[in-house]
Design a protein around this ligand. Structure first.
Ligand code: 5AD
Ligand code: SF4
Length: 426
């Protein structure tokens, strides 16, 4: 039996798909590289915003015609969306045969022996221990270190669909990182919804970073996502300050620059505290790239509160910001707030944020012109086969002239031009 898997959403889902592949391969299934040859289509889905859910439903509706010429073809919905509304979606006539939630992947082969069904129970102990994921990337590896989230930010569906926070045993993480390095994957990213609260036995997150660097000397670049500002300790800042394999980059979602909004978002920090973390990081790690997530049009956000976010963006000057239009998620606290904003306001604020960040990013990228950067070449550039692209240590996309022989290598190059998103190097 051949399966084809499509992954949506965050890196955590990419990492989960690698686990699912491992589970299915161990059970004797074979991964199809081409959707036409598959007997089972798996969609590993995201629920964080409504748009993500609509996209998957659109994809499934586009692919279900295949069942006409191949009646035995099965479609499985996995991940956050399955967890959230899988039961309902199976009962509707959408062509979905199975729904499997985030803690039930071990039982997936068993379920596939049945004609249809769902597995959606939470299991707050499930860490997929002793399972080695099948890394799908060529050069960059993603290694899950913790699952779930206990923060309950008022807008966010994640705690409801991914369950309680739990940390993965160090031995498993070590095996995973060693496997990645053995395949010459030089850029390793540790993953979790809130990596700073990693805790396994007496191993904290900063201690994990130190230990991994000692235990895997061949490791070249080490990164992590995502950090919650409230848990970003001085100890972590110090460990980052030591450099070594740890890259000069942090993704630190701010969400808003207004204290009132932050409070209603249940983020547990003020703008001043956030700024304090940014300053500590910039002092300890000169040249650190700081990226963020921002939400536009959160319920009750006044014009003044929105402008506080814009001025925070100007003050901090993020290297890049992922800006999102607020999306109501059923069951979250913010979806119950009385003052939901009209779509037009959400959209226009989002656009203002994007425009401002574009300017800032362009300025920050241009400041790199003339400087030497180290690029880890990951593949051909999107635009041309005579150019390759990769990332700098501070998480900027860089393109340079080169052919296939450069892929998978580290090069030192000089930045000659910059756009709001790409460094062009020589
Ligand atoms: N609406 C808009 N953006 C959201 N995010 C999470 N939930 C929502 C929502 N309901 C954003 C946050 C988070 C990122 C992964 O997605 O900015 O950091
Ligand atoms: Fe969602 Fe907040 Fe947890 Fe991030 S920290 S996953 S935004 S609840």
């Amino acid at each position: 039996m051949k399966y084809y898997i499509e992954t949506y959403g965050c890196q955590m889902n990419v990492s989960d798909s690698e686990l699912i592949i491992s589970i299915l391969n161990d059970a004797g299934y074979e991964q199809a590289s081409d959707i036409d040859t598959a007997d089972i289509l798996l969609f590993n889905t995201c629920s964080v915003r409504e748009h993500a859910e609509q996209r998957v439903l659109g994809r499934i509706s586009n692919e279900r015609h295949r069942k006409k010429s191949k009646p035995e073809l099965k479609i499985a919905l996995l991940g956050c969306m399955a967890q959230r509304i899988g039961e309902r979606l199976i009962s509707e006539d959408l062509g979905i045969d199975y729904a499997v939630g985030v803690d039930q992947y071990r039982a997936l082969p068993h379920l596939l022996e049945q004609a249809q069904g769902s597995l959606l129970k939470f299991n707050s102990y499930e860490n997929y221990e002793h399972l080695l994921p099948v890394h799908q990337g060529e050069n960059c590896a993603f290694v899950t270190i913790m699952r779930g989230c206990d923060n309950y930010c008022s807008y966010c569906i994640v705690p409801y669909v991914r369950g309680r926070e739990r940390s993965r045993p160090y031995e498993d993480i070590l095996l995973d990182v060693r496997a990645a390095v053995a395949r010459n994957m030089m850029d390793v990213t540790l993953l979790g919804q809130n990596v700073n609260s990693y805790h396994w036995k007496d191993l904290s997150f900063p201690a994990l970073l130190v230990r991994l660097q000692e235990d895997v000397p061949e490791l070249y670049r080490l990164r992590f996502v995502t950090s919650h500002p409230k848990d970003l300790s001085d100890e972590l800042v110090q460990v980052m300050g030591k450099g070594g394999k740890l890259c000069e980059h942090i993704h630190l979602p701010m969400q808003s620059g207004s204290n009132e909004s932050l409070k209603r978002m249940n983020r547990s920090y003020s703008y001043e505290q956030y700024l304090n973390r940014v300053k500590a990081l910039r002092k300890a790690v000169p040249g650190i790239g700081i990226t963020t997530d921002l939400i536009a049009g959160f319920p009750g956000e006044t014009q003044e509160q929105f402008e506080a976010t814009l001025s925070a963006m100007r003050e901090i000057e993020f290297d890049y910001a992922f800006c999102f239009k607020y999306s109501e998620r059923e069951g979250t606290a913010a979806a119950q707030y009385p003052d939901q904003l009209p779509e037009a306001i959400r959209l226009s604020r989002l656009q203002k944020m994007i425009d401002l960040q574009r300017e800032i990013t362009l300025r920050k990228f241009r400041a790199k012109i003339g400087k030497e950067v180290e690029v880890y070449v990951e593949g051909f550039s999107k635009k041309s086969k005579s150019q390759v692209s990769g990332k700098t240590r501070d998480f900027k996309i860089a393109v340079l002239t080169g052919d296939e022989s450069k892929i998978g290598t580290l090069v030192k190059v000089k930045v000659s031009q910059a756009t709001a998103g790409t460094l062009i190097c020589e």
